[in-house]
Ligand binder design. Sequence first.
Ligand SMILES: Cc1cc2nc3c(=O)[nH]c(=O)nc-3n(C[C@H](O)[C@H](O)[C@H](O)COP(=O)(O)OP(=O)(O)OC[C@H]3O[C@@H](n4cnc5c(N)ncnc54)[C@H](O)[C@@H]3O)c2cc1C
Length: 395
Amino acid sequence: MGAGFTAEQEAVRDAARAFAQGELAAGAAERDAGEHIPAEIIEKVASLGFLGGVIPEEYGGAGLDYVSYALMLEELSKVDHSIACLASFPSGLCGGGIYRYGSEDLKQRYLKPFCQGEALGAAAVTEPGSGTDVAGMRTTCRRVDGGYLLQGSKMWISNLEHARWFITFARLVEGGERGGVCAFVVDRDSEGVGTAPVKDKLGFRPLSSGEVVFDDVFVPDENLVGEPEKGFAVAMAAVENGRLGVASRAVGVLAAVVDEVTEYARTRETFGNPIGTYQLVQSKVADMVVGLETARLLTYRLAELKDEGVERLRRESSLAKMHASDALMRASVDAAQIFGGYCASPEYAIGRHLRDAKIFQIVEGSNDLHKLLIAEDQLGLRSSERERKRAPAAA
Ligand SMILES: Cc1cc2nc3c(=O)[nH]c(=O)nc-3n(C[C@H](O)[C@H](O)[C@H](O)COP(=O)(O)OP(=O)(O)OC[C@H]3O[C@@H](n4cnc5c(N)ncnc54)[C@H](O)[C@@H]3O)c2cc1C
């Protein structure tokens, strides 16, 4: 990070830290157990501008630079990852494509109310039969008078509890021919939209996630995002923008794991000594610290490059997302070992971090895919198993 953070960036980080510790910490375990984010919390998050992220003020955003945005997400995530995930949606997976490709009207009607906490959205990319391979989607749309009819379903869509609309994707079918992908914003209360949350999830529990069904749902022309049949670029813009968010959130949870392990290993005693004096414990702690610091560097570097206006950051996005979530997974497993039997107790957050860590390795591009993307970029060769007509990507 060059000479460090600017005073503005530190102010954003400090505000997020104060809010997280003062307002989020006490209820985090309860929200995880209850699989629920109360509306009052979202109102507070919105009123402090944390939903606004990097979106410009004219669209209700906070107009943050990317480094400030990454620091804000890290601080929120350190205390309650699900709130940080929600705060990342308008700038990332949910709003990123609308901001870049959507009409002025769509930005005013959907992006602005999300940033201001008035009408939240969700990103519906993954399907029951295709996640990593986004282009393999089966949801279709066909042209009708004044718009399109959508048919199909999406799976694992987060923020089902509060979303009033979905940005989603469907393949155009005309005269029996399959055409390109179209991107749409669909109002949740449109006729033919159904939702079914998955209860008792392994991780990311407060964020209600589940199925969204489109049964001949009419979407007007004005809700098309970008050009007809150019929706794949919208999906990829959203996904790539989302990766800074997911990396920052993983760094936040990892920082929490390191703090909690530090406290525990200094105070828990066996055989008359703090367990932190044993070299096998110290080795795990050292690995965690290296993981955290390197994940931070990759994440802040990605944010810096975005602030410099670099457009294509696929390699850097994959490096940050994969490394931060892998480091989090390793640290969480080691932390559970260090906590011994108490890792299983709801008295400590380690169990929750461990459950969330696994999900981090899967969402917004499975880490196996990121590994392929990094290797392909390095070698200048496409992996043989991805050498197919349509290019797989990742939600
Ligand atoms: C809690 C939660 C919240 C989520 N929220 C959202 C959301 O808000 N919106 C949304 O659209 N989606 C969401 N998802 C879905 C998530 O993005 C997908 O689960 C993810 O992209 C993986 O897709 P899949 O589950 O279909 O796995 P698959 O694509 O079936 O892949 C399964 C595994 O196969 C391997 N694999 C697959 N392809 C390759 C390849 N090319 N190279 C190497 N290995 C490969 C990987 O190990 C991968 O993990 C969420 C998921 C969860 C669990």
